[in-house]
Design a protein around this ligand. Structure first.
Ligand code: XMP
Length: 491
């Protein structure tokens, strides 16, 4: 055989619809299956889910929502460095026990109660510590203190109306301690002071209760929400800045990370930052071999995404299940976690990706229709949608996403896009989408007999599905009358 005909003796590469998990004996109750996982060498999540670094998917609202549910949002990089730093800070502040000084609304003793009443209304708070010029806490004033004065209508001062016996706590206060104090003294907020009695923050009952609602949240060692951030392979400055701002995981964001210049640069970034560094995207064993010695995680996906046209435009790509398994073969030897990125339409696809060797999955289209995604709801023909576009689409590249595709910013007709701009059905809250997604993965764990994510990777076996088998696997020969929360035909 000649060189060229030899080339056509090709291995088969499979994707989600080509395979199913073979059911195995099991004692696992799906609800009890443990879905916590490692997303990178030093960062653990409570659910194996990430939201994509795309400008129609992940900004701080999505990142906060993802981390509260135990997963990780990866902030996109089509924004200025200052902006992304502010976004990181928003995530880190979201569930903070102590509201920091600069965010605490305060009153002065010589203000009138009318002024303070208006200010509190405007700021959306129901009470405020009263401080002097040196920020020393003199008292605390709340709506309840003010009301009798307002009714009389005199211009009384805050000093007169405030409660001046204030309960304060020190900075290292713990949630339970603060809560006990509040119950004991029937108060809703406690100023946090330094050794000189100066205001450094505020703990509120509302804040503590909000934190309790998210017991499963993914948090750092200071109990702040985790956040991932995408950086371009050659963006050393952005990498430094987001690292300093407290990003927990940096994602080197490139459509083809097996470009050797990208790898050299990623290696340099890894040396300069404290955060974990995930390198992607890759899709072959050879690429994995070139990054596992320094990466804290690898991300897999060459062209599986719902808005991707990489494969049709370039003629290159790797069906996702095979890509994940090839990379996982190498990465598992080095204990480097693997993230399967793109192409997941149903929860079963996520279970299959993990069975093929992934530790976590990243989704874009699945989340783009939720309230937490950027952008507004649009109505077309009486149905609600949100915008969703590929970061390699013309629109996204114009707003700065081109580098991912190793392309310079150009005039629009000059772009060779690798993605499309689309609309996706509006879906409501992220929490309910995640509930379905995680529940489906747990269900898969039940069928396979896996109590944990590592066990799912270990125990799961695949069967190959024919076209007929695939048709059999979807609802067939019926007309669906009621929408299921986790299935829509032809998705
Ligand atoms: P899903 O299928 O979850 O995929 O919507 C999200 C992932 O798709 C990748 N992505 C792109 N791939 N052209 C591509 O070839 C694009 O324009 C594009 N935009 C995003 C990305 O990996 C994302 O996480």
């Amino acid at each position: 055989d000649g060189f060229f005909s030899e080339k056509l003796r090709v291995p088969e590469a499979l994707t989600f619809d080509d395979v199913l998990l073979r059911p195995r004996e099991s004692r696992v109750e799906p609800d009890e299956a443990d879905v916590s996982t490692q997303v990178s060498k030093n960062v653990e999540l409570n659910i194996p889910i990430l939201s994509a670094a795309m400008d129609t998917v992940t900004e701080s609202g999505m990142a906060i929502g993802m981390a509260r549910e135990g997963g990780l949002g990866v902030l996109h990089r089509s924004m200025d460095v200052d902006e992304v730093v502010a976004e990181i800070e928003r995530v880190k502040r979201a569930d903070e026990l102590v509201i920091r000084r600069e965010n605490v609304v305060t009153a002065r003793p010589d203000q009138t109660v009318q002024e303070v009443d208006e200010m509190m209304e405007h700021e959306g708070v129901s009470g405020a510590p009263v401080v002097d010029e040196d920020d020393e806490v003199l008292g605390i004033i709340s709506g309840t203190d003010i009301r009798p004065y307002l009714e009389v209508g005199e211009k009384d001062s805050v000093e007169e109306a405030m409660t001046d016996e204030v309960i304060t706590v020190h900075e290292d206060v713990e949630a339970r301690e603060a809560l006990e104090l509040m119950y004991e003294h029937k108060i809703e907020r406690v100023p946090v002071v330094d050794d000189d009695g100066r205001l450094v923050g505020l703990v509120t009952m509302q804040g503590i209760l909000a934190r309790r609602e998210h017991e499963n949240a993914a948090r750092d060692e200071d109990s702040k929400l985790l956040v991932g951030v995408a950086v371009g392979p050659f963006e050393q400055d952005r990498a430094q800045a987001v690292d300093e701002a407290g990003a927990d995981v940096l994602f080197i964001d490139c459509a083809h990370a097996h470009n050797l210049n990208v790898i050299d640069s990623a290696r340099e970034i890894k040396e300069e930052v404290e955060a974990d560094v995930v390198v992607g995207n890759i899709g072959t064993e050879a690429a994995a071999e070139d990054v596992v010695d320094f990466a804290d995680g690898v991300k897999v996906g060459i062209g599986p995404g719902s808005i991707c046209t990489t494969r049709v435009v370039s003629g290159s790509g790797m069906p996702q299940i095979t890509a994940v398994s090839e990379v996982a073969d190498v990465a598992s030897d080095y204990d480097v976690p693997v993230i399967a990125d793109g192409g997941i339409r149903y929860s079963g696809d996520a279970a299959k990706a993990i069975a093929a060797g992934a530790d976590a999955v990243m989704l874009g289209s699945y989340f783009a229709g939720t309230d937490e995604a950027p952008g507004r709801v649009i109505t077309m023909n009486g149905k609600k949608y949100k915008q969703y576009r590929g970061m390699g689409s013309v629109g996204a590249m114009q707003s700065g996403g081109g580098e991912r595709y190793l392309k310079d910013e150009q005039e629009d007709e000059e772009f060779v896009p690798e993605g499309v701009e689309a609309a996706t059905p509006y879906k409501g809250s992220l929490a309910s989408e995640l509930h379905q997604l995680v529940g489906g993965i747990q269900s898969g764990m039940g069928y396979v007999g896996a109590e944990t994510i590592p066990e799912l990777k270990e125990r799961a076996r695949f069967v190959r599905v024919s076209q007929a088998g695939q048709t059999e696997g979807h609802p067939h020969d019926v007309m669906i009358t009621d929408e299921a929360p986790n299935y829509s035909p032809g998705e």
